[in-house]
Ligand binder design. Structure first.
Ligand SMILES: Cc1cc2nc3c(=O)[nH]c(=O)nc-3n(C[C@H](O)[C@H](O)[C@H](O)COP(=O)(O)O)c2cc1C
Length: 198
């Protein structure tokens, strides 16, 4: 199985990147192939008139999503909302179908656990037809990490592994069960599972 990962932080000390490292290690040890979206800094501000012939970096991100069986996104929360750059990247995916039908997991590591970031990213993924089947907030990640920033807290590592397992399960299960997983997950966030626009 191919899983794409996407980090909404460019920080060299990123807690969200550290959480994705755990996701990738979990998936890798289970025999899955993980492809990270890489550095997103080359993605420009969204311009609707360019979607028919998007910039190269946008096309590369679309390909990363389209070639994956599922996606895992880690997005920080800033000022009560999802990191703007991550939302900008996802705006480029609107109408492309790149995320349509793909099981997705959303996590956020940050001071409060990033509930607002998770809600916003889950909503925009849902509106693009992705099937958000797992979310995880990691509050105060530095207190759960060693001095090198690696997450070491047992319950947190278990929760991240559980998120990765649930994404894999969503790919392998039948379509009805997959949609039920999505409905259970997004309903808990107050998102109407039928409110899928593309
Ligand atoms: C300007 C700024 C605003 C922030 N706003 C929030 C916030 O609204 N909610 C929250 O939980 N954390 C907030 N944080 C904390 C970040 O989410 C936290 O530093 C997180 O680790 C950043 O992600 P990263 O480590 O992956 O770069 C804020 C941090 C900064 C620098």
């Amino acid at each position: 199985m191919h899983i794409a990962t996407f980090c909404g932080s460019a920080s060299h000390q990123s807690a969200n990147r550290r959480a994705l490292d755990v996701v990738a290690a979990t998936l890798d040890s289970a025999g899955h192939v993980v492809a990270d979206a890489g550095d997103l800094a080359a993605i420009p501000m969204f311009r609707a008139e360019l979607v028919v012939d998007p910039p190269e970096a946008v096309g590369a991100l679309q390909t990363t999503f389209e070639t994956a069986d599922a996606v895992v996104l880690a997005v920080p929360e800033y000022g009560g909302g999802a990191a703007g750059w991550a939302k900008n990247c996802l705006d480029w995916m609107v109408g492309s179908g790149s995320l349509y039908g793909r099981p997705a997991a959303v996590l956020s590591a940050g001071t409060t656990g990033g509930r607002n970031a998770i809600d916003q990213i889950a909503r925009t993924l849902t509106w693009q037809g992705a099937l958000v089947v797992a979310t995880l907030g990691i509050a105060a990640p530095r207190t759960k990490s060693d001095t090198d920033g690696r997450l070491t807290d047992g319950p947190t590592l278990d929760a991240i592994a559980g998120l990765a397992d649930r994404v894999v399960a969503a790919v392998t299960t039948g379509e009805d069960d997959r949609h039920q997983m999505m409905a259970d997950t997004v309903s808990a966030l107050g998102i109407d599972p039928l409110d899928r626009r593309t």
